[in-house]
Design a protein around this ligand. Structure first.
Ligand code: MLT
Length: 242
């Protein structure tokens, strides 16, 4: 089934989140929003041995089911890794990219080791230790309690099987740096000014390497500007769509 409509935005969540993390982005007017749960998160069953490129293939399968041929892909952090994977597995379907608090580089040896240590911890103790260690990095110290509670709730709801598979997929993801100079679609890069996970320097580096890109830094946000500063993030996207 083909549709005669402008390209939708497909929102791809980070780790360990699910599609609700983008609920506030539904307010961006004039465009269709498609929120997806990657395999192993939210309502989508896990796939053992999935890779980052495998997540991109799963998103494309979902778009096939919905009759969507091309889209702007918006990915946050791990979702951004999936956006780069989309350029490897379905480049002709990419009308544009919105890269939020993410980076193109692979894990360092130390980061990879940390992922495998975390996998062991989840196998022994469940996902709670991962949630507790990551939550403080998601939001600034000033985030309101209800926002913090909501993010905690989303993170705590993700099943161990999906969390383990994602840790392995991220640890083994390829370097996407070689792709950047050849990206020929419009790219918006957004970063929280206080993000320590993927700091503004990552965004600037990607912006220098991607030809048709613009970098927007959102002050008063850390790793989740879509949640902590939704109006500013939505305005940046709205401007980009113009
Ligand atoms: C995320 O928010 O998706 C994660 O911080 C990504 C990562 O661990 O590399």
């Amino acid at each position: 089934m083909m549709r005669d409509m402008s390209d939708p935005i497909v929102w791809i969540h980070g780790f360990p989140h699910a599609k609700e993390i983008f609920d506030a982005q539904r307010a961006i007017a004039g465009v269709e929003h498609v929120l997806v749960d990657l395999p192993g998160f939210g309502a989508t069953p896990a796939r053992e041995g999935i890779t980052i490129d495998g997540y991109a293939e799963a998103v494309l399968e979902e778009l096939d089911r919905r009759g969507i041929q091309r889209a702007t892909f918006a990915g946050l952090s791990m979702g951004g890794y999936v956006c780069f994977a989309m350029l490897r597995v379905g480049r002709e379907r990419v009308a544009g990219l919105i890269l939020i608090d993410t980076k193109e580089t692979p894990d360092s040896d130390e980061a990879r080791k940390g992922r495998y240590a975390m996998i062991e911890k989840v196998q022994q103790e469940g996902t709670a230790p991962v949630v507790e260690s990551l939550l403080p990095k998601m939001l600034t110290a000033n985030a309101p309690d209800d926002v913090r509670r909501r993010v905690h709730e989303i993170m705590s709801a993700q099943p161990a099987e999906g969390v383990i598979a994602a840790l392995k997929a991220m640890a083994e993801r390829p370097d996407s740096s070689p792709l950047l100079p050849s990206i020929d679609v419009p790219v918006l890069i957004v970063v929280g000014g206080e993000d320590a996970v993927t700091p503004p320097s990552d965004a600037q580096r990607m912006g220098s390497a991607i030809p048709k890109s613009k970098v927007v830094t959102i002050t008063g946000a850390a790793h989740l500007p879509n949640v902590e500063r939704p109006d500013e993030l939505n305005a940046a996207v709205q401007n980009h769509l113009k």
